[in-house]
Design a protein around this ligand. Structure first.
Ligand code: NAP
Length: 251
């Protein structure tokens, strides 16, 4: 089960963190992985790490918020790989600031990167999947879409909209052999959360608050992703799979 041999996966934001763990997991199941990020240098390091594991990895640097560049880059790589079976729309950014001083420009930047850009690139990729009658689209949501948290107003708005988008797309694409789901991570130790895991007060809050009593690791998300990316999950669509050590299930 979950053999991905012969399949091609594009993972945005995969030079590090959750995306890199996802690329590794999909690659070890046999998929060719197209990895992405803005820094070509970081991306090449990631590609080499994956290649050392015997994974066929291709680096495709582009900025998801430059939609023309993103679409052109995907079209260009399609000439080589021929198709995209699995799209993990994962690149995301954060801006932490109190609501009452949160600049509108930052709100727009975060919502554009975490929602609008994903909608535009995802739709382009979905049209290729539609033509071939098969696809797996997985977005990265967040538990912040389920539970409020101070200082992340733009991020929460974008991720909550993303959870809604999953249901909408699952409905619209259901006749095309495409499933659309999201994974909503809890607190995962990556560069995005550096400020939090470097703060002793936050760490002790987290250890008490999360029923499993610890930070999640990128591999915890990658293993859930393999299920949603595989042919075998064909009857699962429109779902948000929460991977949070029980945080959102417990008061
Ligand atoms: N970590 C958590 O606790 C957590 C919790 C819930 C949800 N999430 C979500 O999980 C996803 C991955 O987060 P992470 O924690 O792995 O973050 P991360 O360690 O900061 O990695 C982010 C990745 O995205 C790339 N990226 C950022 N902006 C980009 C852009 N405009 N275009 C292309 N690539 C871009 C980065 O590479 P470059 O900087 O080189 O572009 C990097 O590869 C995000 O959607 C995040 O919101 C994370």
């Amino acid at each position: 089960m979950f053999d991905l041999s012969g399949q091609v996966a594009l993972i945005t934001g995969s030079s590090r963190g959750i995306g890199l763990a996802a690329a590794q997991a999909l690659g070890l199941q046999g998929a060719t992985v197209v990895i992405n990020g803005r820094s070509a240098v970081l991306l090449d390091e990631a590609r080499q790490r994956l290649q050392h594991l015997g994974i066929h990895a291709i680096a495709l640097p582009f900025d998801i918020t430059d939609i023309d560049q993103a679409i052109n880059s995907v079209d260009e790589i399609l000439k080589t790989v021929g198709k995209i079976d699995i799209f993990f729309s994962n690149a995301g950014i954060q801006h932490r600031e109190k609501l009452l001083s949160f600049p509108l420009s930052e709100f727009e930047r975060v919502v554009f990167a975490n929602l609008t850009a994903q909608w535009a690139l995802g739709r382009h990729i979905a049209s290729g999947m539609d033509a071939r009658g098969y696809g797996r689209i997985i977005f990265t949501g967040s538990i912040t879409a389920l539970l409020g948290r101070r200082e992340i107003t733009a991020y929460t708005a974008a991720k909550a909209a993303m959870h809604g988008l999953v249901k909408q797309w699952a409905t619209e694409l259901a006749g095309s052999g495409i499933t659309v789901n999201a994974i909503a991570p809890g607190y995962i130790k990556t560069e995005l959360t550096t400020k939090l895991w470097q703060d002793p007060a936050f760490n002790s809050w987290l250890e008490n608050r999360v029923p499993l009593g610890k930070w999640g690791e990128p591999d915890d998300i990658a293993s859930a992703l393999v299920f949603l990316a595989a042919r075998e999950s064909q009857f699962v669509t429109g779902q948000v799979l929460v991977v949070d050590g029980g945080l959102s299930s417990s008061m």
